[in-house]
Structure formats: structure tokens, C-alpha cells
Design a protein. Structure first.
Length: 352
């Protein structure tokens, strides 16, 4: 039985935690252990720990910290010592939670920052040595598919095509859904652009001494993203999807803008996750933020100092997506890669 559990972990991309042996199971009953998903992105380190419940799961612990692992990567091509130190400190907290929660199966992934950095694999080795966490650097396609798996349930009902997007710190993933197969969305195509909120902010800074200069900088941001999206725009047009359709976004950008749309005094996941917002409102909010300086944005509820410098880059990417896929409404998801990992791990365990 232990060997079967080990094989299952390998096949699903997860690793067994040595501190907690797999629970005893019979052949008639699937294992119902404690699962974890860790996502180390260019900007954030996030962890979810959950147990199966019905056709989903119940979260029993979570962790999120802005670590800015990709800070300075655009110019240097390397992860800086300070950025790696911040990430390792956050991962040490995650490792402690994994031990205390007796997690039996975990999958830990790293995305664009580690994909792009020349010292990405050296960093992964350091993380293993110092925290015991085995990070897997996943491809952009794997990242896109995990995000869709984690959030597609919030897609607005309908039968037409849909676009799911994930604005990250170092890249933005776009996934075209052109139907369903066995009740699950069918991925017709996908695309990854090298611009996320960190990489775009560093390459095309939003700076200026006046509102006019700030708006001009914002337009340069949008133009740069639009140029990166151009090949996918051509693909959509050639396949007859140029008119757009349903749209679902998962990222800090869309959840922040959704909070502003609702005029929340503090961020509330229950109010935001699953919300459907008029695209015109998201554009209006993006334009409003583009004319503000960083101090003015920091004073807004649900933005604050931590998001004030990067949110405009997210707005530029979002508007480029709305140009690419002219939807009337936008579904908002405060879920994504971690939830996709958990569902994938649990589904595999229950099949074996």
C-alpha cells in the first residue's frame, strides 16, 4: 500500500511528506488524507492545506505573503539575493505549516520567475536544502491549465467560447475554452505573454510629474502588452473567435478592482469570489487608477502600500485583454493555481 501511495504521488506531481505516514486505507475506500498546494510566483508565495469534502474540499489552513521573488529580474536575468531570502523565509513558514498539519500529499510549484532566471534551479536546490520543500518549476502551459482547473466553476453559464486569464507577477496566461468534454471545459488554445505586474512595471515604469504624464506612461504599458498579445489575437481571429464571449479572470488585479467596484472598506473574499462585474466598470476603474500617483493609490481601501506600485500594470494588462476579447461582463475568481493543484491531487488519489 505504501508503494502504491508513492506511485500515486509521483504520477500526480505531488510529493509525500515524510513526517506524516499515509493513513491506512482499504482497497474499497480511497485515501482521505490532508492535501496541500503551494504556489511560488513572481510576486507572491501562497499555500493552501485542505481535506476532501463531498465533490470539493475544505480549507483547513492557508498562507499568503508578497515576496517579490522576481524583483529586478527583468534587468539582471537573475533572482537577487534579497528576493531569494524573502522567498525562503516565507517558504520556511509554509514548511512548518505542512509539518504541523500532518500533510500527506503536497505539490509545490514555481512559475515565471524561476522559469526565466538563470539561477532559478540553484534557488530550487537552496529551498530544498533549507526548508525541505521540493519546488517543481512548471511550464507556462501547465500553469495555465492548473489555473483553469482551479477557477472554471465560476465561469458565467453559457455555451459559447470563453477566455480565462491569469495576470501574474512575471507573465499573463490566456486560455481559450471552446467547449466541454465530459462536463469539463475543453481547452482549445492557450497563450503566455511575458508581462505580469512586476515585469511590466520594471520594463515600462508608470512614472510622471503630472496626470498627463502618468496617463501617457499607462498608454505605453498598454501598447507593450498589446504587442505581446498580437500573435494570439491573430489566432483568435483566424479561428473565428474575434467577437469575444464569456470572460473569467483570476489575479490580484481583478480581485482588487472588484473590491473597488463594490466600494468595500476592506477586502472580503466572500463578496469578490464569483462576482460578475461589467467590463465597462473595470475599464473605468483602471483609467482612474492610471491617472493617480502611487501615494494617491495607496490611500484607497483594498490597495494600500503593498499593491499601490503594481496595480496599474495589472490594469494595463486587463485593458489589453478586454481589447483582445471584448466581453460585456467579467467573472472574478479569487482562486486559481492552488485550487487547481488540490483538485488534481485529490482526483488522482481517488482514481487509484
Amino acid at each position: 500500500m505504501a508503494e502504491r501511495a508513492h506511485q500515486a504521488a509521483q504520477a500526480s506531481g505531488g510529493t509525500r511528506q515524510g513526517a506524516a505516514p499515509p493513513p491506512r486505507t482499504s482497497r474499497a475506500a480511497p485515501m482521505r488524507g490532508t492535501y496541500a498546494a503551494l504556489d511560488l510566483g513572481t510576486n507572491n508565495c501562497r499555500l493552501l492545506i485542505a481535506r476532501p469534502a463531498g465533490d470539493g474540499f475544505v480549507v483547513i489552513d492557508a498562507f499568503s505573503r508578497i515576496v517579490r521573488l522576481g524583483e529586478g529580474l527583468t534587468g539582471s536575468g537573475k533572482l537577487s539575493d534579497a528576493a531569494m531570502d524573502r522567498a525562503v523565509a516565507a517558504l520556511a513558514v509554509c514548511a512548518d505549516k505542512l509539518r504541523r498539519r500532518n500533510v500527506t500529499l503536497v505539490r509545490s510549484v514555481a512559475t515565471e520567475a524561476c522559469r526565466r532566471a538563470t539561477n532559478g534551479r540553484d534557488f530550487v536546490a537552496r529551498v530544498l536544502a533549507e526548508t525541505g520543500i521540493r519546488l517543481q518549476i512548471i511550464t507556462a502551459e501547465q500553469e495555465a491549465r492548473l489555473a483553469v482547473t482551479g477557477c472554471h466553476a465560476l465561469l458565467e453559464p453559457g455555451t459559447g467560447p470563453a477566455l480565462v486569464f491569469d495576470i501574474g507577477g512575471g507573465s499573463t496566461e490566456l486560455v481559450l475554452l471552446d467547449g466541454e468534454s465530459g462536463g469539463a471545459p475543453h481547452v482549445g488554445d492557450w497563450y503566455s505573454a511575458p508581462w505580469g505586474v512586476v515585469s511590466l512595471s520594471e520594463s515600462e515604469p508608470h512614472v510622471g510629474d503630472s496626470e498627463e504624464e502618468l496617463r501617457a506612461a499607462y498608454m505605453r504599458m498598454r501598447d507593450r502588452v498589446a504587442a505581446a498579445f498580437a500573435p494570439f489575437a491573430t489566432t483568435l481571429k483566424e479561428r473565428g473567435f474575434g467577437a469575444g464571449g464569456r470572460l473569467l479572470g483570476t489575479s490580484g488585479t481583478v480581485t482588487t478592482l472588484a473590491s473597488l467596484h463594490l466600494e468595500l472598506p476592506n477586502y472580503d473574499r466572500r463578496a469578490v469570489d464569483g462576482l460578475i462585474v461589467p467590463a465597462a466598470s473595470m475599464r473605468s476603474l483602471s483609467q482612474r487608477l492610471a491617472g493617480m500617483n502611487i501615494g494617491q493609490r495607496a490611500e484607497l481601501a483594498c490597495i494600500g502600500n503593498e499593491r499601490a506600485d503594481l496595480v496599474v500594470a495589472g490594469c494595463a494588462i486587463l485593458e489589453a485583454i478586454l481589447d483582445l476579447w471584448p466581453a460585456e461582463r467579467l467573472s472574478v475568481a479569487d482562486r486559481g493555481i492552488r485550487e487547481g493543484i488540490l483538485r488534481t491531487l485529490m482526483a488522482h488519489e481517488f482514481r487509484t
